[in-house]
Design a protein around this ligand. Structure first.
Ligand code: AMP
Ligand code: MG
Length: 338
């Protein structure tokens, strides 16, 4: 088996080592509060190319660029008042803003678009790396393209470990879902491109504006202006089938000890005794906890070669919108091959 990159404890000497790798143009697996990222120098074409290569990500799928604060981003973007207000409210944190870019951001980063997606993350390990370097970091999720995003350092090691030199450990990702993406190219009409931990209502409250509904179909205009919003994404090996929220009936196929189908519910069902192949994402049905545990559980089931995952959708409110968005994309694989 190919040599696997080590998972490094985030101590001073390993942080220095990883900062040096980044200066040398290498890419590094790093924790963020959303999911683990595969980071490289956003201002260096070779590093950016390496990110696409390592992930097997198509060049039409633009990258998010991470800065230590809004001031560091400003020389590279056309800012506006909405950007400043949202940065004030949510940065550092899990909100990505799409804004017009300046020439310092190369076309390869943005898939040729005149706009760039920017974020200021709050994970202390990511921030300590940014403090050590004088360039921003392009960092998509550190998973092979199309697979479920990593929420543990070992997920990165298992999938990309033979292709990168280092992975920094920052513990389990606090939020477990990718950032919310808001398009602010037209500040009069902000559009949510991807649901995430910062909810639509939190954003409208800060902007004092209704947001335009996010559109999700691969073949509509908004999706074409934001390549990468592919319907099929976040797909595990197992087939995923969705159940409506609240459909938590026990099914006979899950009570077999060696059943290849598992049932994943939002919360522990009242009928549960000791059945095999039944899982829940939160003891109490708490949405943040469901988000935190979702990708980890799916990857654990994939490791156990579960064939089919029947999964209950979250209520379509708050962060439940983001959870359901990821579930629909995970399930889209099935539609694509059936
Ligand atoms: P991730 O896969 O988590 O790195 O998220 C990157 C996603 O951000 C892409 O797949 C796009 O959907 C979106 N994105 C990045 N850059 C842009 C951009 N310049 N314009 C619109 N959407 C973007
Ligand atoms: Mg991703």
């Amino acid at each position: 088996m190919a040599h696997l990159s080590k998972v490094l404890e985030a101590n001073r000497s390993n942080l220095d080592h990883c900062a040096q790798l980044l200066r040398n143009g290498d890419v590094v697996g790093m924790p963020t509060e959303t999911v683990y990222g595969l980071a490289g120098n956003a201002l260096d074409l070779n590093s950016v190319r390496k990110i696409f290569e390592v992930k097997g990500r198509p060049l039409i799928d633009p990258l998010i660029v991470h800065f230590s604060n809004l001031e560091a981003a400003e020389p590279h973007i056309e800012s506006n008042d909405c950007v400043r207000r949202l940065a004030e409210a949510f940065w550092p944190g899990p909100l990505t803003m799409v804004v017009p870019k300046k020439n310092s951001i190369a076309d390869i980063v943005t898939a040729g678009l005149p706009s760039v997606a920017i974020r200021v993350p709050r994970h202390p390990v990511f921030r300590q790396i940014l403090e050590r370097i004088d360039f921003p970091l392009a960092a998509p999720s550190a998973n092979p393209f199309g697979y479920v995003s990593p929420t543990l350092a070992k997920h990165v090691q298992q999938t990309l470990g033979s292709r990168i030199k280092a992975i920094l450990d920052g513990g389990p990702s606090e939020l477990g879902l990718e950032s919310t993406i808001i398009d602010l190219r037209n500040p009069e009409q902000p559009v949510i491109l991807r649901h995430g931990p910062i909810t639509e209502s939190q954003i409208s409250e800060v902007l004092q504006m209704q947001l335009t509904r996010h559109v999700d179909q691969a073949n509509n205009e908004a999706a074409q202006s934001a390549p990468g919003l592919l319907t099929k994404h976040y797909s595990p090996k197992a087939k995923v089938r969705l159940l409506p929220h609240g459909d938590t009936r026990p099914r006979s196929e899950h009570t077999e000890p060696n059943a290849s189908t598992t049932l994943v519910l939002n919360q522990k069902p009242s009928w549960y005794t000791t059945q095999h192949n039944i899982f829940w994402l939160s003891e109490s049905g708490d949405l943040s906890e469901i988000a935190h545990n979702l990708f980890e559980l799916i990857q654990r089931l994939d490791q156990q070669d579960v064939q089919q995952i029947l999964i209950e959708q979250a209520p379509e409110q708050g962060i439940g919108q983001a959870i359901n968005d990821r579930l629909r994309r995970a399930a889209a694989k099935l539609e694509a091959i059936d």
